[in-house]
Design a protein around this ligand. Structure first.
Ligand SMILES: Cc1cc2nc3c(=O)[nH]c(=O)nc-3n(C[C@H](O)[C@H](O)[C@H](O)COP(=O)(O)OP(=O)(O)OC[C@H]3O[C@@H](n4cnc5c(N)ncnc54)[C@H](O)[C@@H]3O)c2cc1C
Length: 441
């Protein structure tokens, strides 16, 4: 393959390294740019590549778990980082956890040792799309490069903060209590409603006001999230008085609880997250509570007693694109087809998800170099479901990690959760194999 068919990768994090290694393995000349050690983000501390900036866990390995399924698919797609993780694992029960330094050293050695990868240790400030370029600079992308991305995409489609409400699965809701309705019966019954009586609300308010909050990093606190319009954490609102939430997102006006025939004392609305209506977010519940506290306190909401949380609320620094608007299913910018994105910046949330995204973008880039277009992986694979999620119109797009709730339901429902997840995983693995075989990449 000639130098004309070289590509540029920006960022030697999880997505960038995975993409660079896969492309280099296919004979593509890769120019990999990494700002460390010239410049460190507030969270990156070490010079090595693929640095895990927080937890050292890459989550569950069981095939019948969302993270395990993602790993199985990544293995099928030729992941190099999984091999490094397995070689540097530390004991962690059913999870794959690694010695973070050894993991980073293993990835760095692979990248540095690859004859088709040229490393440039410099901070990139502009995107040069004279040859195909993959932007994988992660959730802390900032400065000139962030400004240049904004110039490319125009307007306000790059977010710098995550202010996400928790997401629960539809099947875990108690539909004896939850009812579908829009306020004042306007339009379709687009929302699911969780009605509180007075005693339930008071107990919920008391628990929420005193629940434990997660500590903010310095760089999270910089943004003064609490004053951002429409973004006040629900626990801060609760702290302002017993009725503040009842006049805000928990207002019950325009609703009648079919069980009582009356207006509830307060009401939590749930809004669908996907076309299949298998996932719902808690409207107005952006929060900075610790995850365990979210589970404890939000399970007090009528109908959510046994809710399965597929994503907890977070409020932190996170640079990400408005991918549904900007990215095609091939992860290239619709407006600049020579510019691809991968990793957390696309809305694939999590270490392994970011790496998987790198693998997917790399395949699309190689296909483009060969004058082909790849269809996305089928929607019933974890990779395909994530691609579909981040590229589908979504009013208030927030990043998403792998979870069984984003997979299309099985043709016939299996009641037992473990068996259902196993069936979803088997279907996904078979679909992924079919996709790989059909596309010969
Ligand atoms: C504070 C924080 C904690 C997180 N904790 C977890 C966790 O515990 N578990 C989890 O699963 N996920 C976590 N995430 C989410 C996400 O999984 C990780 O951020 C993951 O590392 C993202 O991978 P990535 O490849 O997209 O970006 P990164 O791994 O961040 O890689 C981006 C790389 O690009 C480089 N770079 C950036 N800008 C430039 C530039 N201008 N020029 C050249 N190089 C540049 C960076 O130095 C970095 O090496 C966390 C995110 C944040 C912000």
């Amino acid at each position: 393959m000639s130098e004309m068919q070289a590509i540029t990768v920006l960022g030697a994090g999880l997505a960038g390294c995975e993409a660079a290694l896969w492309l280099a393995g296919q004979g593509v000349q890769v120019h990999l740019y990494e700002q460390k050690p010239v410049h460190f983000s507030p969270a990156h501390k070490a010079e090595g590549f693929a640095e895990l900036i927080c937890s050292n866990s890459l989550k569950a390995e069981r095939l019948d778990s969302a993270s395990g399924l993602l790993k199985a698919e990544m293995k099928m797609l030729g992941s190099s980082l999984l091999g490094c993780a397995e070689a540097t694992r530390v004991a962690a029960g059913g999870a794959l956890a690694v010695d973070r330094d050894a993991f980073s050293q293993a990835v760095t050695a692979l990248v540095e040792g690859h004859e088709n990868i040229t490393i440039h240790r410099e901070r990139v400030e502009r995107i040069d799309d004279s040859r195909p370029v993959l932007v994988a600079t992660g959730p802390l992308t900032d400065g000139e490069l962030a400004a240049d991305i904004q110039r490319l995409i125009g307007g306000q489609s790059l977010s710098f903060y995550d202010a996400a409400a928790p997401i629960v699965t539809a099947e875990s809701l108690d539909m004896e209590k939850v009812f579908a309705a829009s306020r004042y019966g306007r339009g379709e019954a687009d929302y699911l409603n969780c009605p509180f009586n007075k005693a339930e609300y008071e107990a919920f308010h008391a628990a929420l006001s005193t629940a434990e909050r997660a500590p903010l990093h310095d760089f999270d606190a910089d943004g003064d999230l609490t004053v951002y319009e429409g973004c006040m954490p629900i626990e801060v609102m609760a702290g302002r008085g017993a009725d503040t939430m009842r006049f805000g997102p928990l207002r019950p006006v325009g609703l009648t609880d079919p069980r009582t025939g009356h207006r509830p004392w307060a009401n939590v609305q749930l809004r669908s997250e996907n076309r299949e209506n298998t996932l719902y977010n808690l409207v107005g519940f952006q929060t900075n509570l610790k995850f365990g506290e979210q589970k404890r306190v939000f399970s007090m909401i009528p109908g959510l007693e046994n809710a399965e949380f597929v994503r907890y609320g977070v409020m932190h620094r996170n640079t990400f694109l408005n991918s549904p608007k900007l990215l095609g299913e091939d992860l290239a910018l619709k407006s600049h087809p020579n510019v691809w994105f991968a990793g957390q910046i696309t809305g694939f949330e999590g270490y392994m998800e970011s790496a998987a995204c790198g693998l997917l973008a790399a395949r699309n880039m190689l296909a483009a170099l060969r004058g082909r277009t790849l269809p996305p992986p089928p929607a019933d694979t974890m990779c395909g479901a994530l691609i579909r999620y981040i590229t589908t119109e979504n009013k208030d797009f927030q990043p998403m990690g792998s979870n069984m709730g984003i997979l299309p339901p099985l043709e016939s429902h299996i009641r037992d959760k473990r068996e259902r997840y196993a069936a979803l995983a088997d279907r996904a693995v078979a679909s992924m194999q079919g996709w790989i075989d059909a596309n010969q990449l």
